[in-house]
Design a protein around this ligand. Structure first.
Ligand code: AGP
Length: 606
């Protein structure tokens, strides 16, 4: 989704802004623009890629203060004119905006009635015109921005320049992230640390309602009422190299291949082999409180929700606490009953997904106890929850989630072990899970070695218009995630069903033109799953089996056999071949693997 970069300091702003925008490309966008300030504004905006914008920026585009933006269209088509920055009619004020101004139509009508002529169709342009009015009446840009924002309803992360104040940028946030980067006699701001890590690791996250004034020699932050706030800079543990493909053809393949290491990082320091427990200090919860919860409710969106389904099963199986997962995007709109005996768990790789954040805020408003399983350290959801588990999987750049998915499932296994051991999970079962978790990185490595075989299956199946994914109980969320990966990056239609439901309708779809990927773990449901394979093949459907036992492979047309772990942990391993299958299908179909059409990495709007 949209991205913001801002710079003020001694250097030429344009190259820094363009480099920052390039680092934000992974989030998804359709147009880009920059403005630098130097005795008035110099502006370039293009529909297309940051590389196109860089081409359009002339050598004489000089100025040591500037802001840049990548836009993901919501109001108005992708075009040069609708791209940000937006300037006021007198060209005094320039604004870039992430988020949605909900009362834009009403504000626009009022401004137009006063004679303002709009250049674009965007909701964001109202901001430049509003600020241009208040800047005349106030003594500082900060005050002008604060005053203008009073009439705005909606979400925003913004960066604002006033051509008559050539040494400062004002940024503000409400529901859309803004992070400040502190350099040596220079300051940066961005919507994502990815744009900053080349220049600084010292960052400050703005809270909702906060505003900051950035000058080359430092920054000041203010609450919405105008009182100055004190902020402690954080050092981010991210390197610029995390945002490179590292020699892989795509970020997605890099991130799939990183999973032995990322799973090991999620586990690091958390397994106790003496008491067969998990150490999860970040939960901020003592044993008495941990025992007090009667239910666990898990919320997240998309793949985060599917990993939550794996998590719910782990918690029920290991801790015997009723648990279920629900899309955060649905949960927040149905006025949920918030129960004091329920622990709520919000999952998010980015920590920015608006629906998940809004659900957390709704829960907290109603007094719910919410923890987070989050990858992005210091992100909005991480700061909003009462405690939680960081994944430590490193930045995930490709739009399709892979390493964050497996690390989330691992984090749930740790949580379920922790809950189980304060309830009735025996030390022997605790040991079984601790040992099983410790084996995962090597077993993932084993699966990755089958990459070439999986590529051959992907090529075979990539020509089919539609693929069915089935699994039972533990295998069902794996099937859902497999279908999700395939459809989002290869655009092949895919459906996931519980294998037990096939006979209740979708079996009608099965035939020679519709192959099935079946998740067949070696568990108590193996026989039932093998019967399902027979039913599909009897109707002329091809089956690609993902399972554990070589002999079962004969019952399918094709099979990928993966190493076996404890039955509760097997879903984590069974997911890996499906990621590779989707990846190779997308490559075979020449899709834009890392930036699939219509999708964004962080969905920061409703
Ligand atoms: C995953 O492949 C998807 N791109 C998407 O479903 C994603 O998992 C979802 O938007 C949630 O993102 P989050 O984990 O950053 O909150």
């Amino acid at each position: 989704m949209c991205g913001i970069v801002a710079y003020v300091g001694p250097k030429d702003a344009a190259p820094i802004l363009l480099e920052g925008l390039q680092r934000l490309e992974y989030r998804g966008y359709d147009s880009a623009g920059v403005v630098v300030s130097n005795k008035g504004f110099k502006v370039r905006k293009v529909k297309g890629r940051v590389a196109d914008l860089a081409q359009a920026v002339p050598a004489r585009f000089k100025g040591t203060l500037g802001i840049g933006h990548t836009r993901w269209a919501t109001h108005g088509v992708p075009s040069d004119v609708n791209a940000h920055p937006h300037l006021s009619a007198d060209e005094r004020v320039a604004v870039v905006h992430n988020g949605i101004i909900e009362n834009a139509t009403e504000l626009r009508a009022k401004l137009e009635a006063d004679g303002v002529v709009f250049a674009s169709e965007t909701d964001s342009e109202v901001l430049s015109h509003l600020i241009a009015r208040t800047v005349e009446e106030t003594s500082s840009l900060e005050e002008a921005v604060r005053k203008a924002l009073k009439s705005v309803v909606g979400t925003y992360g913004i960066a604002v320049l006033d051509s008559e104040r050539p040494g400062e940028v004002v940024v503000a946030r409400n529901g859309s992230p803004i992070v400040l980067g502190i350099g040596e006699k220079e300051m940066f701001a961005a919507s994502d640390v990815a744009a900053l890590v080349r220049y600084t690791r010292q960052v400050v996250h703005l809270e909702d309602g906060e505003l900051a004034v950035l000058k080359a020699d430092g920054f000041h932050t203010f609450a919405s009422g105008g009182l100055e706030t004190a902020k402690e800079p954080l050092t981010v543990d991210v390197e610029a190299g995390h945002y490179d493909t590292g020699g892989f053809e795509h970020y997605l393949l890099k991130e799939i291949s990183e999973q032995p290491e990322t799973v090991a990082r999620t586990l690091r320091g958390r397994l106790d082999e003496r008491f067969h427990i998990a150490h999860l200090g970040g939960l901020n919860m003592d044993a008495r409180e941990t025992r007090s919860f009667r239910r666990v409710k898990i919320i997240g969106c998309g793949s985060a929700y599917y990993s939550g389904q794996i998590g719910a099963q782990l918690i029920e199986e290991l801790a015997r606490i009723p648990a279920d997962a629900e899309p955060a995007s649905e949960f927040r709109y149905r006025n949920p009953v918030v129960d004091p005996d329920t622990l709520y768990v919000a999952i998010s790789q980015s920590g920015e997904t608006y629906d998940t954040l809004a659900a957390v805020q709704e829960l907290k408003r109603k007094g719910g106890r919410v923890i987070g399983i989050v990858n992005a350290v210091g992100s909005a959801i991480a700061r909003e929850v009462d405690g939680g588990i960081y994944l430590h999987a490193g930045p995930e750049v490709s739009v399709a989630s892979t390493k964050a998915f497996t690390s989330t499932a691992v984090a749930f296994a740790l949580l379920a072990l922790h809950f189980g051991r304060v309830h009735d999970l025996s030390p022997a079962d605790g040991r079984r899970i601790v040992d099983g978790l410790a084996k995962l990185p090597d077993q993932i490595e084993e699966i990755l070695k089958q990459g070439d075989r999986i590529r051959d299956f992907a090529r075979k199946y990539a020509g089919r218009p539609s693929i069915m994914f089935v699994g039972r109980v533990r295998g069902y969320p794996v099937a859902r995630e497999g279908a999700q990966k395939l459809k989002e990056i290869s655009y092949i239609h895919a459906e996931a069903y519980p294998a037990s439901e096939l006979k209740h309708g979708p079996l009608a779809l099965i035939g020679p033109e519709m192959p099935t990927v079946a998740i067949v773990p070696d568990d108590e449901l193996l026989d039932k799953n093998l019967t399902t394979l027979g039913e599909i093949r009897a109707r002329g459907g091809n089956v690609l089996m993902i399972g554990h036992r070589e002999p079962d492979a004969k019952l399918a047309d094709d099979a990928i056999v993966v190493p076996k772990n404890e039955i509760e942990l097997d879903p984590i391993l069974l997911t890996i071949p499906l990621q590779l299958l989707a990846y190779h299908a997308a490559v075979a179909l020449e899709r834009d693997v890392d930036k699939p059409r219509n999708l964004a990495k962080s969905v920061t709007v409703e």
